[in-house]
Design a protein around this ligand. Sequence first.
Ligand code: PLP
Length: 541
Amino acid sequence: MPVQVPEPTKDFGAQWREEWAEAQKLKGPNMKNSSVFYRNIEEELDLNRKAGLNFPIHLPSHVSDFSTCDVLGMSHTGALREEFMKELEANPNFAMGAGGSRLLDGTTEYQHKFEKELAELMGVESALVVHSGYTANQAIFSTVPRSGDVIVYDELMHATALSGMKISLALDQRPFRHNDVDHFIEVMEAVKESTPLVKAGKRCVIVGVESYYSMDGDICPLKELIEAAKEIFPHGNAQFIVDEAHSFGVCGPEGTGFVREQGLTDEVAITMATFTKALGGAGACILSNNTIRSLLVTQAKMFICSVAPPFTLLASCRAGVRLMRSQKMEQARDYLHELTLFYLDTLTSHPVYKKAYKKGMVDMPVHEDGAWHEVPITHIVPLWTRRPKYALYLAFHLTRDGFNGCNIVFPIVPKGEERVRLFLHAHNTKDEVKGLVNSITTWIQEMLDIEASGDKNKLPAAARLAFDILEKDEQMTNGTSNATAEKTNGANKDSGSKETFSKEAVSKDIGNKNIMNGISAFKNSSLVSGLGFGEMPSRII
Ligand SMILES: Cc1ncc(COP(=O)(O)O)c(C=O)c1O
């Protein structure tokens, strides 16, 4: 007997749906008489539109935030702004711009002092503060691997690191299966056997990993990887680079991150921490010894050819670090952990979730074992939806109910691994979490009822509203082009198709691969090569 789905009290998703529908519209067919310059670009963009890869940049319309990276609420609550204002007051004569690159008079006393403070806090010789995590990863991965070195990296490494690797001097680049220590050992052994100079300890293996993986929410087995690497390469020529974008501020003593929490500072050559996530601002820092510092500032293009970060950015980073170390943020970290447990307990004990889980409709692979009270966990709690298009449907549903969760779909993640990525925050209340769980389970119930009805063409209510916009638009253009009709392929309730978007561009060209595995999937893709889509960070959303 289908359960009556309650009507939402208010629709918060109208704007988002409009923006989404607009982003799906093909532009090329209407540009026959336009400049070839713009038409070519739009036609290339149409390939992405047909493949459902044209994500709208949308203005926030949510009431409760379960998506941003501002997990400690430093930005949301205004705490960072307050701390930043103190920094401005203490330095009233600041210059707006640095005036030059680091090597060309762009290094200020303020930056110098802040970097020294940071290095001391993090227990390393050097901290280099740069504009963004993207810049930092580009600098590190393009410059640190030297000629003859080999890069070994987790297959889910962020796209910013992958694009740095692409322009590095490394002899070879080899991924290992995500968080799989056995496969890591296999790859490292293979590198040793195939690269005599590495085997002899004359060239190096540079290992790239993240501490917390932002699409999956799991944690790197860093200790095991380091131990294995040391055993395979006893000359010390296997060195680690750890991207702490999602753990800096969230764990470790005074929020200083995962590497320090694990007591591995001396075992890691480079740690990359961003101020863009838990620290609620912008910028990043590269933590290393002075040798790496010298290499980066003199050889990384981003240091040589780009003006140094301005005072305002440095001041917000410094304010963020001060805040990160405060008692208030210690409490925020504790609360975030408690809230994560509360969310996992509440969702997984819900009978509707249990039913859908048993049917293989939804799950949370990282929490499969139900051990979240016993093992370390993160605030990143994606809900995997195991049927085509369900992640999109759930995103429409959540947005309508005033929550923001991003649907992460193929080819950002492999087919069958689509999900809605959810982040918990210290500024979320338990009532908001209950509301979120209620919204999720209401949607699940709706899908269970649709599946039970056997009606393959039926769309859940919130998605219906979105696809109605597309259909209305199609009726208006009334078949003026085949391509326009194609865009509603599968979105059309009468089609019965399970594929929402044109398939050929995606599956033929890219294969069932992960966007983050840029080396194997995107590098050779004609779909994306022209647009540089392979460069696009998988965590843009
Ligand atoms: C793992 C990881 N590394 C690097 C970056 C890039 O950082 P930023 O946003 O500061 O450029 C991100 C951000 O999206 C990320 O998630």
